[in-house]
Design a protein around this ligand. Structure first.
Ligand SMILES: [Zn+2]
Length: 325
């Protein structure tokens, strides 16, 4: 009995000293992507607060809490929140073991009736939504969710800007990683998730295609720049609208590390993330990722891997569209 209590205490306390970063790779992560990840649309939505005097409306889905300045029907919240719940589940099922939080507190989302209020609160001009890391909050104008407010009624048309939302939600559910990862990996993972075919609560993980990424090889930013770009340089490129190629290149790079590098099993990338989760030291982790290769060598290998893939199975030249920021 005492032994089992001791064992339980050790087990229960382990996460406290497991990694100084507080990040643990999910030991239950699948070895490979499942064919698809699916959130059934009938999940519970709770009304937490509806205060017309202060225009404060709060709704909860299983893992997210939405703060709105407009009253919304429960069925409407259930409808537009599907992309949030689905993206979280897809990141959870990513074989990299990113281990997003699945318990309390819920991920926070702030919704705006008017675009001007979105911009005034920190939203970026021209953007459909943004993750504010310092506030751990996604800001989204309701129009990006295709919600129209007319008088006191809110209705939703089909669609919405799913691509942008998947990108921003990926940032949010990877929050614990963000302070340790460089820009190429923060944005690359969001772009990688964005490019997975999605529809009605289902990410078709078996259809993650190199074609989506390979079409961006023409404008690939050299790794000597891409993997060394600072947060400030990244932001400046976004501000002066020259950051397009950066986004596309990081998505392509993450696809390469996850699906094509080495034996095609993402072993080096997984070891890189594990090292980073244990030490919080990017330079040490990058050594594991590069595995005694220079950036120029990795770039050559990347281009050759995509060319080989192209000969085998790729076709089409449609240009990809990155989502920012
Ligand atoms: Zn981003």
């Amino acid at each position: 009995m005492i032994r089992s209590i001791l064992f339980f205490c050790l087990f229960a306390c382990t996460p406290l000293w497991a990694n100084k970063t507080g990040i643990t790779i999910d030991p239950q992560a699948p070895k490979e992507w499942p064919r698809s990840t699916r959130v059934e649309p009938g999940f519970e939505v709770k009304v937490i607060k509806e205060d017309a005097a202060t225009n404060t409306y709060v709704y909860q889905t299983p893992h997210f809490e939405f703060h709105s300045d407009a009253k919304l029907m429960v069925s409407l919240v259930r409808d537009f929140s599907l992309i949030f719940e689905s993206t979280l589940l897809a990141v959870k099922n990513n074989p990299l073991g990113l281990n997003p939080r699945m318990g309390e507190p819920r991920y926070q989302v702030k919704l705006f009736k008017n675009r001007e209020d979105y911009l005034a609160d920190g939203g970026m001009k021209g953007s459909a939504g943004i993750y504010m890391g310092s506030r751990k909050q996604i800001l989204v104008p309701l129009e990006s969710l295709n919600v129209r407010i007319q008088g006191k009624s809110a209705t939703r048309g089909k669609g919405g800007d799913n691509d942008t939302l998947v990108h921003e939600i990926t940032h949010q559910v990877m929050h614990d990683w963000l302070r340790y990862l460089p820009m190429w990996c923060v944005e690359g993972m969001a772009e990688y998730m964005r490019a997975i075919p999605y529809r009605n609560g289902i990410f078709n993980c078996s259809r993650i295609s190199p074609k989506e990424y390979a079409q961006n090889l023409k404008s690939f930013v050299p790794l000597s720049k891409l993997m060394r770009i600072s947060n400030q340089e990244w932001s400046e490129a976004v501000a002066d609208s020259t950051g397009h190629d950066n986004y596309l290149s990081t998505g392509l790079l993450c696809y390469y590390f996850i699906h094509l590098d080495g034996k095609g099993d993402g072993a080096r990338f997984k070891a890189f993330l594990k090292k980073l989760s244990e030490t919080g030291n990017y330079d040490e982790a990058e050594k594991v990722l590069l595995d005694n290769r220079t950036l120029a060598q990795v770039e050559d290998e990347l281009k050759n891997a995509f060319k080989k893939k192209e000969r085998m199975e790729l076709g089409g030249t449609k240009s990809g569209q990155p989502r920012k920021p």
